[in-house]
Design a protein around this ligand. Sequence first.
Ligand code: DGL
Length: 257
Amino acid sequence: MDEDFVGVFDSGVGGISILKKLTDLLPREDFLFYGDSANAPYGEKSEEEVRALSMDIIDRLVSRGAKAVVIACNTATSAVAQQAREKYPYVPIVGVEPAVKPAAMKLTHKKVLVMATPQTLAREKYKNLASRFEEQASLIPLACPGLASRIERGDLGGEDLHQMLYDLLSPYVGQVDGVVLGCTHYPFVKPQIRKVLGDIPFFDGGEGTARQLRRRLTEEGFLTDRTTPGWVIFDSSIKTEQEIVLYERMFSLAGDC
Ligand code: DGL
């Protein structure tokens, strides 16, 4: 592997929704995606556990030669981004956060449901973000325990998934004007969420993260000068062929996210 790739990681398949946006915007860059599916879900672990797991992955990506790291997980970003930037000041480290800002800008004085993991919503980082925009829009946080794990299984058509979304979301039908998908797993079930909540606007951090990566690589002079398409490689803490096949399938589905 040459030492000019961008390392991207998540607790599992969710980060693949971000990876797709990165490869769309930066098709000539090389990407190594690492999913920590053996330890998913992060959103129901303590902050210390998520920080230790995430820092270990960042250490390994940097030692394999990553020129930049994208933390494609809202939960891990709140737990580790700041420390990782202090530890590796020479490596651009880009995180994701719930897309509250674009939602509040677009839906001024309206009601916005913010779906995320229990850990993301409990962190100081989210509270600060929400307080910056609470005048702009009425934000309704909704912790969704179990949803990322269910998506992690990959079978997205099951009746049990529809029932889980119905149980979580039916109190908000007709009550909200837009939805923030504050966990990178959730864009994979956007059609299923829309089935319950109807045709309202959705916001996620994918495109903003891709623009931020391009900005940071440009600032550091790290953009590739290659003119041919880059590669995308998948790796996982579940060391089976099927897991990599699942990641590749999710990457092809991510085009519709
Ligand atoms: N995909 C992650 C996020 O964006 C977390 C999912 C999990 O709980 O592992 O927060």
